[in-house]
Each structure stands twice: as C-alpha cells, then as structure tokens.
Design a protein around this ligand. Structure first.
Ligand code: ADP
Ligand code: MG
Length: 513
C-alpha cells in the first residue's frame, strides 16, 4: 500500500471546484489546488491558463463564483488581500510594495515597530531584522535604505516581512523573471529557509529548470482547469510541457527521428574552409533540403560569425560556399536573400522587430517590394498574406493592426519567422530562435521548425540548448575556436558527444568535407 505525501498529514490548503468568469469568459473552470505543509509547490501553465486568477481568488483580490477553499483546516473566503494576509497568506509581487527610502529593518517592521513608552527601539528592531534575514540565509546591512538594494534583495526583504507576520503560505507569482542567475540562487536559498521553518510556498513560474531545483510538487493548469497534480519527481520536463499544451510532443519528435535516419534531400548549402579574422578558422557546414542542422559550440566558438558569413553580412578571408552545388559569392544580405536565404538574428529587439509598428507591418517588412506594383503596395494581397501567416503559425494577436510590442516574446518571434517565410526561402538561418520565450511558445516554435523542414525547407539553427539540438535537429555541427570539430547524426547525436566536442574535441576530430 502506498501513501501520497499529502494524505500523510492534512494539507495546509485545499481548493476545489473553483469557477470564475469575467463578463462571460471562463477564467477558471473547475480548477483545484492542494498544497501540503512545508511544501514548495509549483503552479504552471501557459499564458492565460488561469494561474493568476486562481491566486487572486485565493487571496481575496477576486471573489469566486463557485468552489471551496480550506486553509489550515478552516473553510475560508477572504474578502481582500489584507484579510488573507491576516489569515496567514502572503503574496510577494515583483514590484515590491514597501517603502524604498526607509531602511531594510524599518520595512520589515513597518506598522508594528518595537516601542517602549511610545519610543521606537531602533537597536532592538535592527537586531531582530538581522536575525530574521540571517535565518533565511541573507546577510544585508539592515540600516541601509531598501532602495540601495537590488530588486531581488527587495523581494527577499518582503519575504522576511511576510514570515515575521506569521505567514504560513507565501505566494510568488513569477518572482524570478527579472532576476539574474545569482539572485535566483539566493532566492532559492531563502525558499529552502522558509520550508525549513514550516512555511509553504506557491511558486508560479514558467522556467522549468528552476522548478526542478526548488519545488516538491506541481499543479499544471490549462484553459482554466487543473489538468495535472503530483510530485515533481514523477514527471519529466517533456511530459510537463505536454500537459501544459494539451497535446503529445513525442509523436512529432519521432517524425523528426524518422527523417533523421536518412530521408535527407539534396545538398542545399555547402560551406567549407571558412576563415574570417581570428574568429573563424576553417569552419564547415552542410545543410540538405528538409533538414534541420544545429550549430553547437560554446560562447565565442564562432557560431554567429559563421552564420553572418553565410548570409553575406561579413566577407570571409578564405573558404568556399556552394548553393545547390553551384559556387556562390554573397557580397551582402540582399545577395543572400535573392539567392533564397533568410536569417532570424539572435537579438529580436535590436535587429528584428520594430516595436512601434503593427503586426502586419512587421510581418511584411521584407516582402513589401514584392507586394508592390509600380511602387504601390497592393493592400489586398498584403492583408491576405498577413492573415494566412497569423493562422498558419498560430500567432496570438487581437489583429494585424495590433502594435507588435504588445505581443508576448513567443508571438513576436513567430511574426519574425513569418516575415522570412513570406519570402519563401530555401534555407533559413535561425540564431537562438527560442531564447527568452516561455516554455509553451517555445515548444510550438520548435514544432513549427520541424514542420517547415518536412515541407522541404533547409534550416541552420544556432542553439545553446542541448535538448533543443538533440530533439530538434537531424544533424549537429559543432564549432570550437572557429573550427568545425564534429558533425553528429543518428545514434551519435547525443548529449555526451556534443559536450565532448564543444569542450575538448581534439584537432584530429576536425571534419574536412
Ligand atoms: P495566467 O496567470 O495563467 O497567465 P490569468 O489568470 O491571468 O492567466 O488569465 C486567465 C484568463 O482570464 C485569461 O483569458 C484572461 O484574459 C482572463 N482574465 C484574467 N483576469 C481578467 C479580468 N480582470 N478581466 C477579464 N478577463 C480576465
Ligand atoms: Mg499570470
């Protein structure tokens, strides 16, 4: 007989059958959430899944339409976030709700400073603040203004405050999206400190690696429903993404695997002996039609430089390039575009989207000359192309006239992809196509890339994510110090081989095509 960890002791929080509509739109439709005592619980789901609404219903920011909530053994229905806080539930927001110019200690004890005969006992307050932060593994000068610390530290001061008000449950809605790696580590230390004190934490995030580092259990929401709840150790990342998206990704992976084992088309691009300054020394890569080729390597290995040379943005000192078997010399990106190449650069913000322009304008930017007749753009054809791509790529937008800056990162990336696809390229170069995109949109874009290849497009994809390279590519070319040191495919395409080649592949491994 087995016992689930939650049934061992009564849960701290139990939400069941939650319903909430806004003007007829169901934001929650039979959502549930159970959190045990001293448990770090991940709440995940795509944008719009209902996570924030569920949290707000719990903390009294919204009133539920139906459902039951039990907290610490009592049925509850908090009338406001303040009431929830008094009841032992604290919510930490990204914008910390404290007083920046007061000291750290003052912020922790705001409104309940230790006093004697009406006088503030500053040394007592400072000592107490230091002790609290110390228990959470944080050493800061509590006499300094809060504003002198980073957002991360400010969030942790807010956490300390919550704990000192006897919160039994702390909720963090996407706390790490603005934190750097070091700050995330510190935050995780604090979360572990909270757990050790018996406090439970609900952690809303879409960065899966983080969840595995710090969470015990997980609840997945989709379209306002709870679709999965269980121990995090029982579910793989792939399964989590499948739960979030509500469809199987495995079958697509298998399709790619099928192509991988030998269905490659004709050689589309052959670059060899490419040398450029000190960054590229004898780099080579080959892409066939219908093939996704990954370009792997450590930072500074020459991946982006090779892509720029192939796209005609830089002129090589030496080397040969062939397209469909014919030697070519691309002297500029417009040469490359005319030859059937496209390039989605790594920096979406700097080189890609134009935030002030609409989805339609961003999408058809490169295509405009082709849509024009005697210099005049045919608005009907433009509208048609835009509508087609919005539908085909599943771009989530209120319409073609919406400014692109209002779209999520993933949807902006899809517009950029569409911009190039509209040009009907034969070869598309993608530099880190899924960096900084939430996990749902990421899986969609990866799937889309595989699909485009199946339709015959050749793809050269730079990626720093091994999983993306292994699952999404037919072949991976590894660069080190500006040289091609390995070309991996089939059974040889796996994590240890890529890592080995990136880090220490010897000169003997160098591939000469
Ligand atoms: P998540 O936090 O998972 O991204 P939300 O809870 O914010 O999702 O949103 C769930 C759904 O409810 C979305 O379709 C959203 O548009 C809708 N929604 C959320 N809050 C409101 C509101 N105050 N008014 C109208 N619709 C809302
Ligand atoms: Mg949200």
């Amino acid at each position: 007989m087995t016992f689930s960890p939650v049934s061992a002791s009564p849960p701290l929080l139990e939400m069941q059958g939650l319903q909430k509509s806004f003007a007829g739109v169901k934001a929650l439709d039979n959502a549930s959430l159970t959190v045990g005592a001293a448990e770090v619980h991940a709440l995940i789901g795509q944008n719009g899944a209902g996570k924030s609404t569920l949290i707000k219903v719990l903390t009294g920011a919204y009133q539920r339409d139906a459902g039951t909530v039990t907290f610490a053994g009592q049925p509850v229905a908090f009338g406001s976030p303040l009431a929830a806080q008094r009841g032992g539930i604290a919510t930490i927001y990204q914008e910390v709700n404290l007083v920046p110019l007061r000291t750290v200690a003052e912020n922790i004890f705001l409104g309940r400073e230790p006093r004697r005969y009406g006088l503030l006992q500053r040394p007592v307050m400072n000592r107490e603040a230091e002790r609290l932060l110390g228990e959470l593994g944080l050493t800061v000068d509590v006499t300094q203004p809060l504003s002198s610390y980073s957002t991360a530290i400010q969030q942790m001061v807010a956490l300390a405050r919550a704990v000192s008000i006897n919160a039994r449950l702390v909720i963090m809605d996407e706390p790490t999206s603005s934190l750097n790696e070091r700050e995330v580590e510190t935050l995780f230390g604090v979360i572990r400190g909270l757990k050790a004190r018996g406090v439970s934490v609900i952690f809303v995030s879409h960065r899966l690696d983080e969840l595995y580092a710090v969470c015990d259990r997980i609840t997945v929401m989709r379209d306002g429903r709870t679709v999965y709840a269980g121990d995090l150790k029982d579910i793989s990342r792939l399964e989590l993404v499948e739960q979030m998206l509500g469809r199987q990704l495995r079958s697509e992976t298998r399709q790619t695997g099928f192509v991988r084992s030998g269905a490659g088309g004709q050689v589309l691009l052959q670059a060899s002996g490419v040398t450029h300054g000190a960054r590229l020394r004898n780099a080579a890569v080959e892409v066939r039609t219908g093939e996704v080729v990954g370009l792997a390597g450590l930072l500074g290995s020459g991946r982006s430089e090779l892509a720029r040379v192939i796209f005609g943005a830089d002129q090589p000192d030496a080397g040969e390039m062939r397209l469909a078997g014919q030697p070519v010399q691309l002297r500029s990106p417009s040469d490359a575009i005319a030859a059937g190449l496209g390039f989605c650069s790594e920096d979406r913000k700097a080189e890609g989207i134009i935030p002030e322009l609409s989805v339609r304008e961003n999408l058809t930017l490169a295509l405009l000359p082709r849509l024009a007749r005697a210099g005049v753009v045919d608005p009907h054809r433009q509208a048609q192309v835009v509508a087609d791509f919005i539908a085909r790529l599943g771009i989530k937008t209120s319409g073609p006239d919406q400014p692109i800056r209002e779209l999520s990162g993933g949807n902006q990336q899809k517009v950029l992809l569409a911009r190039w696809l509209a040009m009907q390229p034969k070869l598309l170069i993608l530099d880190e196509p899924t960096r900084g995109i939430d996990v749902g949109a990421k899986a969609e874009i990866q799937q889309l890339i595989g699909q485009l290849a199946q339709e015959g497009l050749g793809v050269l994809m730079i990626s720093s994510e091994l999983e993306e390279l292994i699952e999404g590519c037919h072949q991976v070319t590894v660069l080190r110090d500006g040289q091609t040191v390995a070309r991996l495919e089939g059974e040889g395409l796996n994590e240890p081989q890529i890592l080995h080649a990136m880090a220490q592949g010897s000169a003997q491994d160098t591939v000469h095509p």
